[in-house]
Write a protein that binds this ligand. Structure first.
Ligand code: FAD
Ligand code: MLT
Ligand code: ZN
Length: 472
């Protein structure tokens, strides 16, 4: 039983049809917990509208009835933003049926897509017209453009192309009262006041429902080289990225840092991956260079950079992929970390950022404090080092029970965020706040910024029905 008035259910059904409304508990199941099973909620029902007009009509009906809405895309988010609370009174609004590519304009270098388009499908559609859509992340086979926008997703190519925020020119949004804002403009220059689309990007569904977007296209990549490099320290990674950037400029498109612990988890749990080296090293980076020219001499550049790094003791060993299969094998070692860590029992995720230059000191200081206060916890540190973004994840001590570790969650989180604050960092570099970091944001975010955010929320969503309990 949904608990919603029968008349409302009938009105919603009249808008979205039988295939757009789920009330059956078994069919709702997948919409009510996240990828890690870290969050679980209940919902009155799940709505799956197929057009912007349908979204607008169901949002208006919910608004009039005072029913809260939780927008959901691919449900790959890592902080519980797309999961309803446990009241059973909220409605999940899934955008996955809104999956059309509306227009491609190669002259304007733009593509207009609906929010439910899966990121990988977008990448493929763009490749078909000889272009690149550069957002790339481990969940790209199931996350959606709407979710990418709502979380301002980052990923592994931010170094060169920026976050999702940098890749969008226009949005179409259904506002919390059901009005449709058509901001689907493909303009690179538009100085007519506040840039409203930026409000909805990174808002995690708390200000409205993104239904479509105009996204930028980039020149296709025609040369690529990928290397896996062993390093003595995180400090070496910061030195190496500086050197490689100086040498390669914008051709440096990926620079991912991984601790040995992270790689060990992947080697243990992900099928078909191998350690590229016989010897064990404390840190690794995955370097990717790319160019729009077919025969760019990327290998020469890479060899020059690595040669200098070996001489200075910044790099200890390296392999350069010599086939597409090897490129994929190296990326599997990196992209497998999230999945592998799930097999090691309960874990805590922190996607913090600090200034790039301070990453080594952050790791050194935080490791020390953490291991002193919580002996035996396993620190799984990796991330997008060029963005100053570390996934400083913690797995429970090897032979310990789950319960004592879970009881320490708050204290561990506090220690890590206190340390992040000491290093002038952010408690969320890319995954957002959702339910996971909402309380922490109150502690670490500037009170004036929070006040302004609340004022924006109150203006756009005065009744607070759009994804309540998330972000703010
Ligand atoms: P969901 O999980 O469904 O929703 C996320 C948030 O957006 C929720 O608050 C939801 O309410 C809101 N939302 C969804 N759709 C809409 C919409 N149309 N309008 C308004 N609000 C909406 N993230 C990174 O940034 N970088 C990474 O490198 C990265 N790697 C990942 C690797 C793995 C293996 C996994 C599982 C996740 C990873 N993520 C990463 C996190 C996640 O994939 C991204 O946050 C992604 O952008 C979420 O998209 P989604 O469609 O799954 O959104
Ligand atoms: C990644 O970069 O792999 C994800 O953002 C990190 C995660 O799953 O914690
Ligand atoms: Zn990440």
């Amino acid at each position: 039983m949904s608990g919603l008035p029968e008349s409302l259910i009938q009105a919603l059904q009249a808008v979205v049809g039988d295939s757009g409304l789920i009330t059956d508990a078994e069919r709702m199941h997948g919409y009510l917990s996240d990828w890690r099973n870290a969050y679980r909620g209940r919902a009155a029902l799940v709505l799956r509208p197929a057009t912007t007009d349908e979204v607008a009509q169901v949002v208006r009906l919910c608004h009039e009835a005072g029913v809260a809405i939780v927008p959901q895309g691919g449900n790959t988010g890592l902080c519980g933003g797309s999961i309803p609370d446990d009241s059973g009174a909220q409605v999940v609004l899934s955008l996955t049926r809104m999956a059309r590519i509306r227009a491609v304009d190669t002259g304007n270098e733009t593509i207009t897509v609906e929010a439910g388009v899966i990121l990988q499908r977008l990448q493929e559609a763009v490749a078909e017209v000889g272009r690149l859509f550069p957002l790339s992340l481990g969940a790209e086979g199931s996350c959606t453009v709407g979710g990418n926008l709502a979380t301002n997703a980052g990923g592994t190519a931010v170094l060169r192309y920026g976050n999702m925020r940098d890749l969008v020119l226009g949005l179409e949004v259904v506002l919390p009262d059901g009005r449709i804002w058509n901001g689907l403009r493909g303009l690179r220059k538009d100085n007519t006041g506040y840039d409203l689309k930026q409000l909805f990007i990174g808002a995690e569904g708390t200000l409205g429902i993104i239904t479509a977007a105009v996204l930028k296209l980039f020149p296709a990549v025609r040369s690529l080289t990928t290397a896996w490099v062993a390093l003595p320290s995180a400090q070496a990674a910061v030195e190496l990225i500086g050197q490689m950037r100086g040498l390669c400029g914008d051709r440096l498109t990926g620079f991912e840092l991984m601790s040995r612990q992270s790689v060990e988890f992947v080697l243990r749990h992900v099928a078909g991956v191998n350690d590229p080296f016989a010897e064990v090293y404390p840190w690794y980076v995955l370097i990717e260079l790319s160019d729009t020219q077919p025969d760019a001499s990327l290998n020469d550049m890479l060899e020059q950079g690595l040669g200098e790094a070996f001489e200075q003791g910044v790099a200890l060993d390296a392999v350069v992929a010599s086939s597409q299969a090897q490129v994929q094998a190296l990326w599997a070692l990196r992209e497998g970390i999230s999945q592998a860590q799930n097999h090691e029992g309960p874990s805590l995720k922190h996607d913090i950022s600090v200034p790039v230059s301070r990453i080594p000191a952050f790791i050194e200081a935080t490791d020390r404090r953490l291991l002193k206060d919580f002996p035996g916890v396993r620190i799984v540190a990796y991330g997008h080092v060029g963005d100053g973004n570390l996934h400083y994840n913690i797995s429970k001590p090897l032979a310990a029970d789950d319960a004592p570790f879970k009881a320490q969650h708050e204290a561990i989180m506090r220690l890590i965020y206190d340390s992040t604050a000491t290093f002038d960092g952010s408690i969320s570099a890319e995954h957002g706040l959702g339910q996971a970091k909402r309380e922490a944001a109150r502690r670490y975010k500037d009170p004036l910024e929070l006040e302004l955010m609340r004022a924006i929320k109150a203006t756009l969503d005065p009744t607070g029905l759009m994804n309540p309990g998330k972000l703010l």
